[in-house]
Structures are given as C-alpha cells and as structure tokens.
Write a protein that binds this ligand. Structure first.
Ligand SMILES: [Zn+2]
Length: 404
C-alpha cells in the first residue's frame, strides 16, 4: 500500500470514529449538525454516515421539519447494534448492566455479597455468570463489543492487574487475566475486557454524560468504604506515570488519626469514608450503614449529628486541598458523599473559603447527574472505546478475543 493510500485510510477511520463518538455521546443529530461539530465538509459527512449505516451502527430517519418546512434527516445511533457488559464491583455488591450503543441501559441487575468474603475467585465466577445473564437480554445480531469492570482499587490498565484494593482485601490480583480466561472458557470466545478504577470511571461518565459535560477540568470522588478520586484535566484523564494517580482518599490529612487499610495513618478516607461515620456512632446503637447514620442525623440524634458535622469538616479540608492542587471547575461528590454534602454545606463552605481565592472562585461542588451509576456508566464507556476508535473493524470481527 502506498503511503498516501494508508494516510487516506487513517483519515477515513478517524472521521468515522469522530462522528460515531459524537452520536454515541450526544445522541441523534442532523447531518448539518454533524458538519458543524466535526468541521468535515458535507459530502464527507454523507460518505461516513452511509458507511456507519451500512455497518448497521446508525440509522437515518425523518426528524422535525427544518426551516424550509421539509423534514430533515436525523442520524441516530442504533442501541440494538452493539452492546457492552458493564460492571461496578463494589465492596458489598456487584452491579451489572447491558448497555447499547448511545448509552442506553438495556438490562441491569444488582447482587449483594458479604464484605471481606469477596475473593477474586468468587468475583470472577460472578462476572462470568452475570455476563451470561446480561447477554441473554442482548438484541438479536448485536455485536458484543466488550466487558468493562470498575474496581475500587489501584489498577494497572495494561493488563487489568489489581495492585491494591484495600477495602476488598486484594493485592496483586491479575483480575483482568483471570476474567479473560474464565470468559474464554465459558463462551469459547471473548471480546475486549478492560478493568478500571471506580473513581476514574465515575469521572469519565460525569464528564461525558453528567454534570461535567461542558467542562474541561473535573474531579470525581467516589464515596464508599474508601474514597476514590478521578481527575480530568484539559478533557483528559490524569493517570500519572503508571496510571495510579488521583488516589485522593489516601492523602494524609490527620497524622494523629486512625490507621488506614492501605497501611498509612490518618488518610482522608479514615475520616470521611462510610466506615468512619458508622464507627463514630455505633456506640449509640442502631447505626449499621451510612444511610442509618444520615437518617439518625436528620432525626436529630446528637451522636450521629456530631459525627456528620465532624466528617463535614474533614470533607471541606480535603476539598480545599484539591481546589488548590488542581484548579477544577467542578468537583463531583459521588457515593455517600452526595448524601453527606447537603447536610454539611456550612462546614464545607468554611473550609473551602480558605483555599486560594482564584481557584476557589472557579470551582463548583456538585452531586452526580448520573445518581449512583457514575462508575457503572463509566465502565460501559471504557468498554465501548474500542468500537468508537475503529467502528468498521470491530463490526467486521465481532466477538474477537483481543488482549487489552
Ligand atoms: Zn490510606
């Protein structure tokens, strides 16, 4: 192949990727809208839309009447054409969803498991069984693009190695390799499998489809037993040299505080993680979950109220540090932090008021637009990446088993 032909092929592939990504992330659009957002000319958009349509990924239909009164054609992603299986693997439950192109959730299930007893082997078994259940709900002829799994831990993206997931009690677990082998054994073939950090995925989802959709600099905090952080700078995830960056839950904020499961003392998550709040009130009896603590605080139970107030203070202190370090436009407080934030606005406002003025004035604190599903939706986005990068190749080789 000549150099020119190769370059033209690359260009066509990039154009297809660009338009399909726009339709997947933003939904149906008129051809004229696609011309405007892509910067491509009208005939190129026409060719690309035809290619994607022949591949079965998009369809054109008459939309609302245009200015001249004639209905204009609207290009829409076909949710039944390609699917991914997405997992949010948490400390005490696993959430799975079958998601179609365009981000439509086609099926979901939640399965609880016992904390501290969720071994890598039982997690792999669950992933296989839930994947089978999800695929039973897949539309006929849909291409199975991949499996995306969010894990609350430090992940090596190249092979899905979980270096450390302190709240699951896992260290150096080759989770991606184990899942891939188990899916291969179950299905005889398996698509692309990717493992990501729960908060990194939450950040991606809120950036693509949530409160950060119109912002370039965002931090997502996942509030669970631990506190995870996902940082997006200039529209790109900030990963660090090995992909392990953004672990804000292990910022040491209280050197004289409690031991953390990571081995350090006084990490941010030992002050604002859900266990910290439950522990602070359980002497008063009754509170077993973070929801119990919040309900007791709302009901005016003094011990619960004091625990919530104190957590609010630590929350504000950590947020002020993040504002100074990253100058984000939005910090999204996910998990139980979205329940906590409205109750501790005063403490948080006071603490954040001590951040440097320029950065402080630019930041907004938000709860997720995707409710409790940010990580799940981020896992689906991660699994769709392969299709969005090269649509026609993936459609031509469905179910291809590819190492990550
Ligand atoms: Zn720690």
């Amino acid at each position: 192949m000549t150099r020119t032909a190769s370059t033209q092929d690359d260009l066509r592939r990039l154009n297809r990727a660009r338009l399909l990504r726009h339709l997947h992330e933003r939904g149906a659009a008129r051809r004229s809208d696609l011309v405007a957002v892509s910067g491509l000319n009208r005939s190129t958009v026409g060719v690309v839309v035809s290619e994607l349509s022949e591949a079965g990924l998009v369809a054109e239909a008459a939309g609302a009447p245009g200015q001249v009164g004639r209905p204009s054609l609207v290009v829409a992603p076909l949710e039944t054409s390609a699917v991914v299986v997405a997992f949010d693997l948490r400390v005490d439950c696993t959430i799975v969803a079958l998601v179609g192109l365009g981000g439509q959730e086609l099926w979901r299930r939640e399965q609880r498991h016992k904390r501290a007893k969720y071994t890598p082997a039982s997690a792999v078994k669950n992933v296989v069984s839930l994947t089978r259940q999800a695929l039973e709900h897949a539309p006929d002829d849909a291409v199975w693009v991949g499996v995306g799994i969010g894990v609350p831990g430090v992940i090596d993206h190249s092979d899905g190695l979980v270096r450390l997931a302190p709240n699951l009690g896992w260290s150096d677990v080759p989770f991606g390799t184990l899942v891939r082998a188990a899916l291969l054994e179950e299905f005889g073939d398996a698509p692309f499998i990717s493992i990501g950090n729960d908060a990194d995925l939450g950040a991606v989802a809120e950036h693509v489809r949530g409160v950060g959709a119109d912002h370039s600099n965002l931090i997502y905090l996942s509030g669970e037993v631990g506190i995870g952080g996902g940082v997006i700078i200039d529209n790109r995830p900030m990963l660090g040299a090995g992909g392990f960056g953004g672990e804000v839950g292990h910022m040491v904020v209280h050197p004289g505080g409690s031991p953390c499961r990571c081995g350090a003392v006084g990490c941010w998550e030992t002050e604002i993680g859900s266990d910290a709040l439950v522990r602070a009130v359980d002497h008063a009896g009754g509170a077993e979950t973070i929801e119990d603590v919040i309900a007791a605080a709302v009901a005016g139970q003094p011990r619960a109220r004091a625990a919530v107030d104190e957590a609010g203070d630590w929350l504000g202190l950590g947020l002020a540090n993040l504002v100074n370090l990253f100058n984000p436009e939005v910090i999204v407080l996910g998990g139980h932090l979205r329940l906590l934030l409205p109750m501790v606005k005063e403490q948080v406002r006071e603490r954040v008021s001590h951040a440097l003025p320029a950065a402080r004035d630019q930041v907004r604190l938000e709860i997720p637009a995707l409710d409790d599903d940010s990580t799940l939706i981020g896992a689906a986005e991660m699994a769709f990446e392969r299709l969005l990068a090269d649509p026609l190749t993936v459609v031509a080789e469905p179910y291809e088993a590819t190492a990550s």
